[in-house]
Design a protein. Structure first.
Length: 247
C-alpha cells in the first residue's frame, strides 16, 4: 500500500483513531471541522475498503439509528509505523482492535467526548489546550491527561459497576502514584488535579469521604480531586458538568 494513495484528511482520521482508539461519525464531523458529512463518510468508506480502518455498525432495528463506529484495522500499521512517537507495541496488535468489548468501545468513545467538551471550552476562552491518551503518552496511568488554562489534570473514568473494596483499592493506587513520584512529568510542578468520573452518585458520595480519609492518614497529602458522576452527566450533559471537591 502506498501512502500517496491516502489523502491528508484520511491520515488525520488514522491518527485520531490511534489517539482515541474508537470514534463515531458524529465525533469525526467535529474533530475534522468539516460540515459535509457525505465527504467524511466517503473518506471513511475508502479507508474501510482498504482495511486501514474497521467499521462497526448494526442493521438491527433500534441499533441502525446509531452512528457507525470506527477503529484501526491491520492496514493502518504500514502507515503509522513511519510516524514519530507511535507505540510499536500497539501497532503489533492493532489487528485486535475490532475485537474489543462493547464496554471498552463505549469507554473510548466517552474519553473522546470528554476531549471534545474541553476543547470547546478552551476555544471559547482562548486557552492553552493539550489532551493526551495512553497511546500518546506511554507512561500515563490514568485514562487521559489534560492541560487547560495552564492547569494540569489527570482524568479517570470509572464506568463499571464495582464493589466498594475495588473502588478503595483503585483510589489507593492513584494516591500511590503521587506518594512515590510515579508521574512522567517529574519536576517541581504541582501534581495534576485528578478529575474522577464515578459511575453514579452513590459511588461518588462513598468515595468523597474515603479519599479525604486516606489523604489524612498518609500525612495530609496535598493532592486535589474533583468528582462527578456519569449518572448526572447522562441527564444533564457533559457541557454542564458539576464538579464536587473533597469534603
Amino acid at each position: 500500500m502506498k501512502i500517496n494513495k491516502i489523502t491528508p484528511k484520511q491520515i488525520e482520521i488514522i491518527l485520531l483513531l490511534y489517539k482515541f482508539r474508537f470514534l463515531n461519525t458524529h465525533q469525526f464531523k467535529t474533530l475534522l471541522k468539516h460540515k459535509d458529512i457525505r465527504r467524511i463518510n466517503s473518506w471513511l468508506k475508502d479507508l474501510n475498503n482498504k482495511k486501514i480502518i474497521f467499521r462497526i455498525y448494526s442493521k438491527k432495528i433500534g441499533e441502525n439509528t446509531k452512528p457507525a463506529i470506527y477503529c484501526l484495522d491491520s492496514g493502518s500499521k504500514k502507515i503509522l509505523q513511519d510516524h514519530k512517537e507511535i507505540n510499536k507495541i500497539f501497532l503489533n496488535r492493532v489487528y485486535k482492535e475490532k475485537t474489543r468489548s462493547k464496554e471498552f468501545i463505549n469507554h473510548s468513545l466517552f474519553i473522546a467526548s470528554i476531549y471534545l467538551n474541553f476543547l470547546k471550552l478552551a476555544e471559547t476562552n482562548n486557552s492553552k489546550f493539550e489532551f493526551l491518551t495512553k497511546t500518546t503518552l506511554l507512561d500515563l496511568f490514568t485514562d487521559s491527561y489534560l492541560t487547560i488554562n495552564n492547569k494540569e489534570y489527570l482524568i479517570e473514568v470509572w464506568d463499571k459497576k464495582e464493589a466498594d473494596f475495588v473502588l478503595r483499592k483503585k483510589i489507593k493506587k492513584l494516591i500511590n502514584h503521587f506518594i512515590y513520584g510515579d508521574w512522567p512529568h517529574k519536576n517541581d510542578k504541582k501534581f495534576p488535579t485528578i478529575l474522577l468520573f464515578c459511575l453514579n452518585e452513590k459511588n461518588k458520595n462513598y468515595l468523597n469521604p474515603f479519599i479525604t480519609q486516606v489523604l489524612i492518614e498518609e500525612g495530609n497529602l496535598k493532592l486535589s480531586f474533583l468528582l462527578t458522576s456519569l449518572e448526572i452527566i447522562k441527564n444533564e450533559g457533559l457541557e454542564n458538568i458539576k464538579w464536587q471537591a473533597l469534603n
